[in-house]
Design a protein around this ligand. Structure first.
Ligand code: BGC
Length: 489
C-alpha cells in the first residue's frame, strides 16, 4: 500500500503549481465578460409598442378633446383627430403589422368617452368592441396592456368639475370596474393612468389641455384626487379580475402606472450660486412630477413638503393621508423621452423654468427633443430608490419624432443599451415599449410629429413599415432578452 504523506500547503503548491496556475487562469477566463453576457440564455422580456385610443381611433365624439380641437388655434394647423389613423376600423391590420415586427406586447388604451358617453350609462357595444380588440391581439400571440386613462374624458365629466370634484375618484373607479369586468378574460396587464402629472400640469396648471384651467390651488386638489382615483381603480381591477392568469403569469402582471419622467440637469454651472439654485429647483420638480405620486401609491401618504414647494396654497396640509392608496402598485412604468435643463424661476408656481430655447442647450437633438439615452439609466436607478417593495420596472414609452426616419434606429439602440446596462446591474426591468406603433395625432401639435414604427399616409391611411422598425425587428430576434411570453419567474 502506498504511504500517504501529509503535505504542507507550500509543499502542495510546490508540487502542483502548474495545475494551480492552470485552474486560476481558467477561472479568470470563465468570469462573465460583455461577450459572455450576450451569450447567456434568453431572458423572457416584453418587447412592445404603445399608442392611445384618441390619438389613433377616430370618431371619439363624446370626448372633451373632440370639442377642444374644434376651437381655432388650440392645435397646430387646426388639426383634429376625427379620423386620426382610423385604427378603430383597422386594428386587425395594425396588430398584424405589430406581430410582423416580432413584438410580443402592445399597449393600447380604451376610450372612457366612448364607453361612458353619459354618466353611469355604459355602452355595451363599445365594450364588446374592445373585447374584440384585445382578442385580436391575443390571436396573434401579443399580450395586450390596457390603459384606462390616457388624457381624454367624457364631456359630462368636466361639467361636474372634472378632477377637481371630490367624487371624481369614485366616478372613475366605477368606469374602471366596468372595463375590468368586460375585458378580464383577456387582460392581465393594466395601467390606470398615463402620465397623471401631464394631465395636472397641462389641464389644470397651464390650461393647454381640457378643461383648460390654470390655477395652482385647483391643480394641487386634482393631484390628490388622481392619487385617490388610481388607488380606487387599482382596487376595482383587482376585485374584478383577481389575477385570472394566476397559474400562467406574463412577464409582468397586474396594475401599474405609466409615469412621465425626465432627466433633469441644472442650466447654470453647478459650482456657482445660480447653479446651486437650479439644483434646488430640480429637487422640487422631481419630487412633484416624479416621486411624490409614486410614493403616495405605495405608502398611502402624499408628501408635499419634501422638499418645500414654494407656492403651496396657504394652510394646505403638507402631509396628506390617502390610506386606500397603500400598496396599490404591481409594477411601475417609466415614460422617458428627453433631458431638460432647469433654471430656478421664482415667477413660476413650481419654482422652475424648463422651456429653455434649443439654441441654448448643447447636445444631440432630434426634431424637437434633446436625445439623451444615459438619462434612462439614471432614471431606472433613481426609480428603484423610490420603490418600497420589489416591484418590476417597465419602459412604458420611449420614442422619437422623426419623419425622415434618420435617427430612430440609433435612438432605440442607444436607449435599449442604457436599459440593458441597468439589467446587467441587477435592476428588474421587464419591458421596453416603443412610442408609437404607428404615427398618430399628437395632442397639441397635430399630425406633423411622426413617432411611428409604422408610417401613416394620412391621405390614403395606408400603412408602411419604416426601415428603423425592420431593424428593431431583427434586433429583437437576436437580443439576449427575447420575445417570449413565458413565465419569467
Ligand atoms: C404621451 C403620448 C404622446 C407622446 C409623444 C407621451 O408623453 O403619453 O400621448 O403622444 O408623449 O409626445
Amino acid at each position: 500500500m502506498q504511504e500517504i504523506k501529509a503535505l504542507s500547503s507550500s509543499q502542495i503548491l510546490g508540487k502542483y503549481w502548474k495545475k494551480a496556475l492552470f485552474l486560476a487562469l481558467s477561472a479568470f477566463l470563465a468570469m462573465p465578460t460583455r461577450q459572455a453576457w450576450a451569450d447567456r440564455p434568453p431572458l423572457p422580456f416584453s418587447w412592445g409598442a404603445a399608442f392611445s385610443a384618441h390619438q389613433t381611433e377616430g370618431g371619439d365624439r363624446h370626448s372633451d378633446w373632440w370639442d377642444w380641437e374644434l376651437i381655432p388655434g388650440k392645435i397646430a394647423g387646426n388639426h383634429n383627430a376625427q379620423i386620426a389613423t382610423d385604427h378603430y376600423n383597422r386594428y386587425e391590420e395594425d396588430f398584424s403589422l405589430a406581430r410582423s415586427l416580432n413584438l410580443n406586447t402592445v399597449r393600447i388604451s380604451v376610450s372612457w368617452p366612448r364607453i361612458e358617453p353619459e354618466e353611469g350609462k355604459f355602452d355595451e357595444a363599445e365594450l364588446e368592441h374592445y373585447l374584440k380588440v384585445v382578442k385580436a391581439l391575443r390571436a396573434r400571440g401579443i399580450e395586450p396592456v390596457v390603459t384606462l386613462h390616457h388624457f381624454t374624458h367624457p364631456t359630462w365629466f368636466h361639467q361636474k368639475k372634472g378632477w377637481a370634484n371630490k367624487d371624481s375618484s369614485e366616478i372613475f373607479a366605477k368606469f374602471a370596474r366596468k372595463v375590468a369586468s368586460a375585458l378580464k378574460t383577456e387582460v392581465r396587464v393594466w395601467i390606470t393612468f398615463n402620465e397623471p402629472l401631464i394631465q395636472i400640469i397641462e389641464g389644470y396648471l397651464k390650461g393647454n389641455y381640457p378643461p383648460g384651467i390654470s390655477n395652482f390651488q385647483t391643480a394641487v386638489m386634482v393631484y390628490e384626487n388622481l392619487v385617490r382615483a388610481h388607488a380606487k381603480a387599482f382596487l376595482a381591477i383587482k376585485s374584478e379580475s383577481q389575477r385570472i392568469y394566476k397559474q400562467n403569469k406574463f412577464i409582468i402582471d397586474g396594475t401599474g402606472l405609466a409615469l412621465h419622467m425626465h432627466s433633469y440637469s441644472p442650466f447654470r454651472d453647478e459650482k456657482t450660486e445660480e447653479g446651486n439654485q437650479d439644483k434646488q429647483a430640480i429637487e422640487v420638480l422631481e419630487h412633484i412630477s416624479q416621486w411624490a405620486f409614486l410614493e403616495a401609491v405605495q405608502t398611502g401618504v402624499l408628501q408635499w413638503n419634501i422638499p418645500p414647494i414654494p407656492a403651496l396654497p396657504k394652510g394646505h396640509k403638507l402631509y396628506v393621508e390617502i390610506p386606500e392608496a397603500r400598496n396599490t402598485l404591481d409594477w411601475v412604468g417609466i415614460n422617458y423621452y428627453t433631458r431638460y435643463l432647469i433654471a430656478r424661476d421664482k415667477t413660476n408656481s413650481l419654482g422652475a423654468r424648463w422651456e429653455i430655447p434649443k439654441a441654448e442647450v448643447p447636445g444631440k437633438w432630434g426634431n424637437t427633443t434633446l436625445i439623451h439615452p444615459g438619462g434612462l439609466l439614471q432614471l431606472i436607478r433613481a426609480t428603484k430608490i423610490h420603490l418600497k417593495s420589489e416591484i418590476p420596472i417597465v419602459i412604458s414609452e420611449n420614442g422619437l419624432d422623426d419623419a425622415k426616419d434618420l435617427y430612430r434606429k440609433s435612438f432605440i439602440e442607444e436607449h435599449v443599451q442604457a436599459m440593458q446596462q441597468a439589467i446587467k446591474e441587477g435592476y428588474d426591468v421587464r419591458g421596453y415599449w416603443y412610442w408609437s406603433l404607428t404615427d398618430n395625432f399628437e395632442w397639441l401639435s397635430g399630425f406633423d410629429p411622426r413617432f411611428g414604427l409604422i408610417e401613416i399616409d394620412y391621405a390614403t391611411l395606408e400603412r408602411k413599415v419604416r426601415t428603423s422598425a425592420l431593424w428593431f425587428k431583427q434586433f429583437i430576434e437576436t437580443s439576449f432578452i427575447k420575445t417570449n411570453a413565458a413565465n419569467r419567474n
